[in-house]
Design a protein around this ligand. Structure first.
Ligand code: FES
Ligand code: FES
Length: 895
């Protein structure tokens, strides 16, 4: 045993020459505030101080730390919070919080250096960006982090008590927040999955015996499907539980696999070829994964192409005829193009993970999930357990973005292995798995034709989307264009192109960003051809009242009014300003319940909902506190447990819309119960007395369920079939996605105005500023809503500029399966973001609030594209806008 000082106290190190410092901190010393994400020095989540200097503990051999002093996030502000921690809490420099410990450690070191050199001067954005550029945050909490670090360095949090913007902020800035990957039971085993190495074929032989012989192995299981087929690289084949990850890896390496490879269809173009090998045939199509969140409807198949999966046709023949005629006559008002979008990986910083433990016939599963309630039900059903004997827990979730919606393979494997080994088992995906087999927003090819009349009317819109869904189906992109820009004639159709790649999954506003990328550029182009202001044209073509108000707001922005056309610019760097519109559906989940209780003189709110970084606790506490005239901190919120009253899933931006109305109803009931049980009458005329009455109240419990809205949903939503025939519409499809979801009246909307700088020599694009206007009803927790809006923009910037999955077209291996190769935005890529909330439009919803998470990311990529057009006069039709693509487009224009 060697010695080391950890957080000021001597500690002993194990004699494992191979161990990295992070493993010792987390596994041997239980200091789980230090997080493992990339494991390769890219993301900064594992940062600790070594003799006061930040280092990546995932790359630091433990032996190199012998005799030195290590400070982890737990050691920072142990006796008193550090100003940086307070500033993060006050400025909401965090969402899911998984990256937060790394940022805190690095930022405190920067703070010390800065103060020593500069006193209480305020560092610039560039200085903060440079200091924290080794850290990644997938939620995009950078906007708050900039403000927090600047203010902490400037001394604005020295010795000051703070009020946290979100309830769990203290736990997240101190490393105390426990995520699924941090759970450690006595005798817990590590589960690891063996995955297929071929894209298509059959597993002829699987010999698990050699794995069982490896020391430390407690359970081995086959994961083969009945037909033993492999349809993508990474298909689960077998799993092992062992006393350490090292032993489990050794064991899966020992498993003998004989596979029979078959020709594979890899990617959109290869899978569409008439002679492409078919991935599924009639007998096994049900095995296809699902890029949506529920079962899809029937659709025809032709080879690997399935569709149309969603179609909207209104005067389709007319649309076709008008567009064909315009093509023949070279009508300048026909905008026609093929757009391409890349595959976007969720890249959650907390990997998919589950820890399963049986106590007799009771099963407890910690899961990194977007729905504790649904996963609890699914487990009970699959394993034929009574629901009361299954507990699903997710205290904190390090991001999900749509990829953690259902009962995942990590959970099934953890349960199977725990049952076989008769011991608790943790399965946590490594980064390669996370970036290759946990789903993605499918790449797509979109064929668009938009025809305006000479009088400036929208005559016809045709949009056909082919989505690169991998071994999955149910994409909806084109059909989303139904609810915006009514035209004289429309023809919208979606196709899945199924291939031997891992299955896609829902991702934040699933088909919204690809649809908007194509449609919003086409509308922009139409405005140029009609010589109209792009906002004015949208205002003319788009009657939605929420968006009408946003157009008025956007048209008045200085950055919009003062933009310079491309023709008036020269020189290496050009600036441009673009606008784009987005919408998403207002969804809520029937059956969502909240329980309010007075316990020991304090209000306790409970629901089986979870917080994936969106601030669920704070939304509930703020709603209750406002009604009682107390502070959110006065309310105790219990979530993240399937045994609590049924709560909604964190998908479809539905948590706020599902929980605020029953919370308000429960408040009314609780007030009545408190008054009824009070020994004296409530004092009149002020809210303040509630505090005393709650404190004096006996214990009480009430609950309420989400009731219907005062106004039913849009008639087009309720009876879509009248207008469009029997193939259904996006809404029919959405209702199938979310089988337990109601689509409400009104359309959450966003309009974004983006300013970019284009380097015409190197093809780089920098997003300088984003004004994001959101019509999402009443804002419950303004700081957190701001964080959501800014984070959504940052994900949109990543989608437009950097993110894409790269595949080896021959083998089907994902090549971008590390954080080095899959590039997400860093803090220095973050533009200045101004958020405008328009709070009208949802008065028919109790509380007036709907979701923000998805709508806020829809228009970013087309707004950037339109800004680039404004800067250089070149329309880019493929994202990400890589420098080589932009430079090539410039060369083509110059030629
Ligand atoms: Fe160490 Fe990412 S986990 S840098
Ligand atoms: Fe940074 Fe979620 S808050 S990854």
């Amino acid at each position: 045993m060697s010695s080391i000082t950890i957080n000021g106290r001597p500690a002993s190190l194990p004699d494992d020459g191979d161990a990295f410092l992070i493993d010792v901190l987390r596994d041997d010393l239980g200091l789980t505030g230090t997080k493992l994400v990339c494991g390769s020095g890219v993301c900064g989540a594992c940062t600790v101080l070594l003799d006061g200097v930040p280092v990546a503990s995932c790359l630091m051999p433990t032996q190199a730390a012998v005799g030195r002093s290590v400070t982890t996030v737990e050691g920072i502000g142990e006796s008193e919070l550090h100003p940086v921690q307070k500033a993060f809490m006050a400025h909401d420099g965090l969402q899911c919080g998984f990256c937060t410990p790394g940022f805190i450690v690095e930022a405190t070191a920067f703070h010390e250096r800065w103060r020593a050199a500069n006193g209480t001067a305020t560092p610039s954005r560039e200085e903060i960006g440079a200091a924290l550029s080794g850290h990644l945050c997938r939620c995009g909490a950078y906007d708050g982090i900039f403000r927090a670090v600047a203010d902490a360095c400037a001394g604005r949090f020295d010795g000051k008590e703070v009020r946290a913007a979100r309830m769990e902020a203290l736990a997240k800035v101190t490393g105390a927040a426990r995520y699924t990957v941090d759970i450690r039971h006595d005798g817990q085993l590590e589960g690891v999955i063996l995955r297929a190495n071929i894209a298509h074929g059959k597993i002829a032989e699987l010999d698990l015996a050699p794995a069982r012989a490896v020391p430390g192995v407690a359970a081995v299981a086959s994961l083969l499907s009945q037909d033993r087929m492999v349809r993508y690289v990474g298909t689960p084949i077998a799993a092992v539980a062992a006393t350490s990850r090292k032993a489990a890896l050794k064991a899966i390496g020992a498993i003998r696999v004989v596979s029979e490879a078959m020709p594979a269809a890899i990617g959109l173009d290869a899978a569409r070829k008439p002679d492409a090998p078919t991935v599924f045939d009639k007998t096994n199509r049900k095995q296809a994964g699902n890029v949506a969140e529920g079962a899809g409807g029937p659709a025809p198949w032709k080879g690997n192409v399935r569709g149309p999966t969603a179609v909207f046709s209104q005067q389709a023949r007319k649309a076709k005829g008008w567009i064909e005629r315009a093509r023949k006559t070279r009508d300048p008002l026909l905008v026609e193009s093929t757009f391409r979008v890349g595959t976007q990986s969720h890249a959650c910083l907390e990997p998919h993970a589950a820890v399963a433990r049986f106590d007799g016939d009771r099963l407890t599963v910690h899961v990194s999930t977007q729905s504790v309630h649904d996963v609890g039900e699914a487990i009970a059903k699959r394993y034929k357990l009574s629901p009361g004997k299954v507990r699903v827990i997710a205290n904190h979730v390090g991001g999900g973005f749509g990829s953690k919606g259902g009962l995942g393979v990590e959970t099934i494997v953890a349960i199977e292995l725990a049952r076989a080994a008769k011991a608790p088992v943790r399965v946590a995906f490594d980064r390669h798995e996370e970036l290759s087999v946990t789903g993605y927003r499918p790449a797509a090819e979109l064929e668009l034709a938009l025809l305006a009349s000479p009088q400036g009317r929208l005559k016809a819109l045709s949009l056909t989307a082919y989505a690169d869904t991998g071994a999955a189906t149910n994409s909806t992109i084109a059909a989303l264009a139904r609810m915006i820009y009514p035209a004289d004639a429309k023809q919208l159709a979606d196709f899945d192109v199924v291939s031997n790649l891992p299955p896609g999954a829902p991702f934040r506003g699933p088909g919204g960003p690809p649809m908007a990328f194509a449609l919003e550029q086409a509308v922009d182009e139409a405005a140029h051809r009609l010589k109209l202001d792009p906002i004015a044209l949208r205002k003319r073509w788009d009657p939605d009242p929420n968006r009408q108000r946003l157009y008025d707001w956007a048209a008045e922005l200085d950055v919009w009014r003062e933009r310079t056309p491309a023709a008036a610019q020269n020189g290496r760097y050009r600036r441009g300003v673009g606008v784009a519109t987005g919408y998403w559906l207002y969804l809520w989940q029937p059956g969502s319940r909240i329980e309010l209780a007075v316990k020991g003189g304090r209000i306790v709110a409970s629901s089986a909902v979870q917080d994936i970084g969106t601030g669920t606790r704070t939304v509930i506490a703020s709603t209750v506190a406002r009604e009682f005239g107390v502070e959110p901190d006065d309310i105790e919120v219990r979530i993240g447990e399937s045994s609590l009253p049924e709560g909604p899933g964190s998908g479809g931006s539905r948590v706020t819309a599902s929980l605020v109305p029953p919370t308000l109803a429960a408040v009314t009931k609780l007030k009545a119960a408190i008054v009824k049980n009070a020994s004296r009458s409530p004092p009149q005329g002020s809210n303040a007395p509630w505090r005393d009455m709650i404190a004096a109240s006996p214990d009480l419990v009430v609950s309420a369920e989400r009731a219907k809205d005062a106004k039913p949903s849009d008639p087009r939503i309720r009876s879509p079939f009248k207008e469009v025939g029997i193939m259904g519409t996006i809404f029919g499809l959405v209702l199938r996605w979310f089988s337990n979801i109601v689509v409400g009246a009104g359309v959450p909307s966003s309009v974004q105005v983006v300013e970019v700088e284009v380097d015409t020599w190197l093809g780089h694009v920098r997003v300088l500023s984003v004004h994001t206007g959101l019509a999402i009803g009443k804002v419950v927790a303004p700081d957190l809503a701001h964080s959501q809006a800014a984070g959504a923009v940052i994900q949109g910037v990543g989608y437009a500029l950097y993110e894409t999955r790269e595949i080896d077209p021959l083998s089907g291996h994902v090549l971008s399966a590390s954080m080095e190769d899959y590039r997400i935005p860093g803090i220095a890529d973050t533009p200045r973001i101004a958020v405008h909330f328009d709070e009208a439009g949802f008065e028919h919803v109790a509380g007036g609030s709907v979701g923000i998470g998805e709508v806020a990311t829809v228009p970013t990529s087309p707004a950037i594209a339109n800004a680039i057009y404004n800067a250089i006069g070149v329309r880019l039709t493929e994202i990400p806008f890589r420098p080589d693509r932009l430079a090539a487009a410039l060369r083509r224009t110059a030629a």
